[in-house]
Design a protein. Structure first.
Length: 264
């Protein structure tokens, strides 16, 4: 097995890349922050995802988090330290990374053990297939942070679970447990945690054994169908001004946010 580790701003913040038997495996590793991704990590994730294509033997990409987390999404503490303009740029960059993974010409499998939150859920939704353990939890607590969903995120969710469940996720901020997520279609497969790695490899090899041309043609056809759906709402700003600042501050200070009422 070839193993390549990309070290980032700290020894315990890494994007780990492995290759084995036609499978490329990317592991997000930042355990001290539930694998939350910094701006630097989002950038490295996009670069490594594209590097997967450098080896023609790679037939499938597997994306997972280390330990008992997929990823908590973007690092909110990092957002709290920058301006709203810089935060908006970071959101745009994040979406580009997610779209890069979504549009790779090889199948992608997301492996979810533990929480996949916010942008972490969006990253999971960008994968073609999602396998979860009984410890998987999926949710979008953006309302606690004053963040809205960009067009692509909302579109991915609505196409999977429908408008009402999408609003339920956002309005309540609750985390869907594994069984509920499986029933809703957020997870394609639900397996015991002890069998997760074995199942991941078995599923990867099964997909890798199919005709690459057939899989690419279907993947492109499905993406064209997805892209043909009209945008759900207009507006490119993925967060709401003062609410975003207050939400980030409350998160860092570990308190309840105090949002102002929307003006009439």
């Amino acid at each position: 097995m070839q193993v390549r580790t990309t070290r980032l701003e700290a020894e315990d913040a890494k994007i780990i890349y492995q290759e084995t038997a036609g499978l490329a495996i990317i592991t997000i590793h930042r355990p001290q922050a539930k694998n939350a991704l910094t701006a630097n990590m989002w950038d490295q994730l996009a670069k490594i995802a594209l590097q997967v294509l450098d080896n023609p033997k790679n037939k499938v990409l597997i994306l997972r988090g280390s330990g008992e987390n997929f990823t908590a999404g973007s690092d909110i503490k990092e957002f709290n330290a920058i301006s709203l303009e810089k935060a908006e740029e970071a959101f745009v960059h994040m979406e580009k990374t997610i779209s890069t993974i979504e549009r790779l010409p090889i199948p992608t499998i997301g492996v979810i053990n533990g929480p996949a939150m916010g942008a972490g859920l969006e990253l999971a939704l960008a994968c073609d297939i999602r396998i979860g353990s009984e410890k998987a939890k999926l949710g979008i607590p953006v309302g606690k942070l004053g963040i809205t969903l960009n067009n692509k995120f909302a579109q991915r969710l609505v196409q999977l679970v429908g408008p009402s469940t999408t609003k339920d996720l956002v309005f309540t901020g609750r985390m869907f447990k594994a069984e509920e997520a499986f029933k809703l279609g957020l997870l394609n497969y639900l397996v015991a945690e002890k069998d997760l790695n074995k199942y991941m490899i078995r599923m990867g090899k099964l997909v890798a054994g199919m005709s690459p041309q057939s899989l690419l043609a279907v993947k492109q056809s499905v993406q064209e169908c997805v892209d043909s759906v009209p945008k759900l709402w207009q507006g490119s700003t993925p967060f709401v001004g003062a609410d975003f600042s207050e939400g980030c501050a409350a998160f860092v200070e570990k308190r309840q946010p105090h949002f102002k009422r929307q003006p009439k």
